[in-house]
Design a protein around this ligand. Structure first.
Ligand code: HEM
Length: 509
């Protein structure tokens, strides 16, 4: 008696055999009419989609955000409208440079992506575990990522390219300092903070705008691996983050983060002695203290990793009324880049996939048809397929319009002017490190820079010199010690570094 469900084709017809091909005679060949076999092989050929061009290796979970403090004086976003309010969230953490099969415990910046399924649509926070970034102009991003990926000829990672690039971009030294510090290999995604990194904006019901930075502070505490510990771990398992995260959630140890924001009144942007929209800088906490907002708890492993995590499409373009962008020119580039990547990686209707479809907001739009348009075209009103129309179709709501933002200045291509100070903040960070942290910083550099040419090393030492002479001297000495001991030169083809943001002094400055 058959107790198991009957296997079917993808058209729903029962399948007589999943083991034996339909052949002409006992010895074959296969008949072309064995369509179930053809379908099975064809599906296998289409099981992979392009991996993310950056942040390809990732780990994710589902959970909930709960408001604990009222911030309605800063934003009218409904997800923050009252204490106790809960919003469903999808998260994905990632390394930047490694491919989809990269080892988890590699030295790299970590991505920290969140999708809040709010009643006003999805709000995505696509940040990193660092509050700053390597570059401040989007023109430099593709080149920067090229240096983090494989060399076109050797097909290996190239420390020479990484430090060649960084040495020519001193603005990167803040982020590289974080990358080479203990924060460069968190023990797992639960033991690190998340940062929106950019300056965003909020506006309240009165139409007042504030500049805002987002901080997700781990309640598990920071923990890191040294290079040696990570190497030993990777020898045993390449999936340590997935294991830690999945098992913690399965065992009911739900990781939590406290959301805090820094808030700058709109007019302050003109008076603070730095560019508050420069992604390579943090805002001093003394001037703009952290304001508590709520708690993020990730408490569910996805039932299907591919469906919820690989198909997840996080984009800084996904904002909701009450939260918006800032003049940060990197942010504008990201507003374009992610949705473009999603259309390529997932297809035109990626937003209708389960991971990305709004869960608490009702959809109403006039986009039509196209490949894989598998959901309704009319949202219950078939005649209203154009706008304006006489059939009561959806119309725009001017009440959600962002208040005007004053922009001034001449159109130009503005470079780094002499007044930009790229060294004070990394210096403050360096000075915060205790003796042990500094020694590990130097040693991490020595391993990462080991294969670099003397010329590139010297150029980077010159950048470090401007941060702090002791910093340059420490790294120089560690590099020299490694150089002098040929046997100690580590295998660095996996020195994964990548690039995106780092988190740093911010918490401390
Ligand atoms: C992923 C572009 C800067 C954080 C991506 C992806 C692209 C991209 C194309 C792959 C998206 C996908 O296929 O789903 C850019 C560009 C940047 C930039 C053009 C600068 C102009 C940044 C910065 C941060 C960041 C500054 C953090 C503050 C992330 C994260 C992911 C990602 C976390 C992975 C998202 C996920 O989990 O699916 N980026 N990026 N990126 N980026 Fe960026």
């Amino acid at each position: 008696m058959q107790t198991k469900p009957t296997l079917t084709t993808s058209a729903g017809a029962p399948v007589p055999s999943n083991e034996h091909s339909l052949t002409a005679g006992k010895r074959g060949p296969v008949l072309m009419q064995d369509y179930q076999l053809l379908e099975k092989l064809a599906h296998q050929n289409r099981e992979r989609i392009p991996e993310r061009t950056v942040h390809a290796k990732g780990w994710g979970a589902q959970g909930v955000f709960t408001v604990t403090h009222d911030i309605s004086q800063y934003t009218c976003a409904k997800l923050f409208s009252e204490v106790g309010k809960q919003t469903e969230v999808l998260s994905r953490w990632s390394t930047v440079a490694g491919e989809a099969g990269a080892a988890d415990a590699e030295r790299d910046v970590r991505g920290f992506s969140l999708k809040f399924y709010t009643e006003e649509g999805n709000w995505d926070m696509v940040g990193n575990n660092t509050p700053v970034f390597f570059v401040r102009d989007a023109y430099k991003f593709p080149d920067f990522i090229h240096t983090q990926k494989r060399h076109p000829r050797t097909n290996m990672r190239s420390p020479e390219a990484m430090f060649d690039f960084w040495a020519a971009q001193p603005e990167s030294v803040h982020q590289v300092t974080i990358l080479m510090s203990d924060r460069g290999i968190p023990k797992n995604p639960m033991r690190m903070n998340g940062y929106g990194s950019h300056t965003f904006s909020m506006w309240n019901a009165k139409g007042e705008r504030f500049w805002v930075k987002f901080h997700f502070i781990t309640q598990q505490g920071h923990a890191f691996y040294t290079n040696e510990e990570a190497e030993a771990l990777i020898g045993k398992t390449r999936e340590s983050y997935q294991e830690d995260l999945y098992n913690a959630i399965e065992n009911g140890h739900f990781p939590r983060w406290t959301l805090k924001i820094q808030v700058m009144p709109e007019a302050d942007a003109l008076t603070v002695p730095y560019n508050p929209f420069d992604l390579t800088k943090v805002w001093p906490h003394g001037d703009y203290p952290l304001i508590e907002v709520g708690v993020l708890e990730m408490n569910r492993n996805p039932d299907n990793y591919f469906q919820m995590i690989e198909n997840a499409a996080f984009s800084p373009s996904n904002v909701v009324p009450g939260i918006s962008f800032s003049p940060d020119k990197m942010l504008q580039a990201r507003v374009f880049s992610y949705a473009d990547a999603h259309r390529y990686r997932l297809g035109t209707h990626y937003e209708a996939l389960p991971a990305n479809a709004p869960k608490a907001a009702k959809l109403n739009h006039y986009h039509k048809d196209g490949a894989m348009r598998f959901f309704t075209n009319d949202f219950g009103n078939a005649d209203a397929y154009y706008e304006p129309n006489q059939y009561g179709g959806p119309v725009a709501d001017a009440r959600v319009q962002e208040p005007p933002m004053t922009i001034d200045g001449d159109m130009d291509r503005y470079g780094n002017d002499q007044l930009v100070d790229d060294y004070t903040q990394p210096r403050a960070l360096y000075e915060l490190f205790d003796a042990g942290e500094k020694e590990r910083l130097y040693a991490n550099y020595a391993q990462a820079m080991g294969p670099c040419s003397p010329g590139v090393k010297e150029r980077w030492f010159a950048v470090l010199e401007k941060v702090h002479p002791d910093y340059a001297a420490g790294v120089r000495k560690a590099c020299a010690a490694l150089d002098s001991d040929v046997n100690a030169v580590p295998i660095t083809s996996e020195t994964p570094t990548d690039a995106e943001d780092v988190n740093t002094a911010p918490d401390t400055v």
